[in-house]
Design a protein around this ligand. Structure first.
Ligand SMILES: Cc1cc2nc3c(=O)[nH]c(=O)nc-3n(C[C@H](O)[C@H](O)[C@H](O)COP(=O)(O)O)c2cc1C
Length: 161
């Protein structure tokens, strides 16, 4: 594909509105986090979900090696966190509030939901890897989610009362 075709495809895919998550794991260098919107539910019984990580990601190896990871679904108030973990120095958890679960995976407070997973399968797919996780525990909290649409953060549209 030409660069224009790739740009057009990316723009077209952006029509699929998503939430935004920070996927965390425990890497050899410590806590690791990356902003991702490629989350998809796969199966309820057994409970499985997937997300994709770019092969060029600096933290790729940490996620390929990780036995456990967590999907932290960001709230509408957490746009700055999304921006932070979309940068290449995101492995730095300095000044970031988190707690470690029993598997040393960082969990972010203030999210609208969190899925704690065990890595089940990794598929090599184009310029990404698909990582499938078995959901070991999950929790859901009140609040609006952060949304991503057309390459921008957007707010949930509420019907007038
Ligand atoms: C809203 C949003 C969604 C993203 N979704 C993904 C994703 O699903 N998979 C991925 O590999 N990168 C995704 N990225 C890009 C990564 O967050 C970003 O490239 C990465 O953190 C850059 O650092 P790295 O190269 O060290 O990984 C997304 C970025 C944003 C802002």
């Amino acid at each position: 594909m030409t660069e224009k075709e790739i740009r057009d495809l990316r723009q077209c895919l952006g029509k699929f509105a998503t939430g935004v998550a920070v996927v965390t794991c425990h890497g050899t260098g410590g806590p690791c986090g990356i902003t991702a919107n490629s989350l998809s539910s796969v199966s309820l019984e057994p409970p499985l979900l997937l997300w994709n990580i770019a092969k060029v990601s600096n933290s790729l190896q940490a996620y390929l090696d990780a036995e456990y990871f967590a999907i932290n679904i960001l709230s509408a108030e957490q746009q700055a966190l999304s921006h932070h973990f979309a940068q290449s120095d995101h492995t730095l958890f300095h000044n970031i509030d988190f707690e470690l679960n029993a598997n040393d995976v960082p969990l972010l407070p203030g999210t609208v939901a969190c899925f704690e997973c065990r890595t089940q399968q990794i598929h090599d797919c184009g310029d990404h890897y698909i990582i499938v996780g078995a959901v070991q525990s999950f929790r859901s909290d009140d609040g609006d989610p952060l949304l991503f649409f057309g390459g921008k953060y957007v707010a949930i549209a509420k019907p007038a009362e």
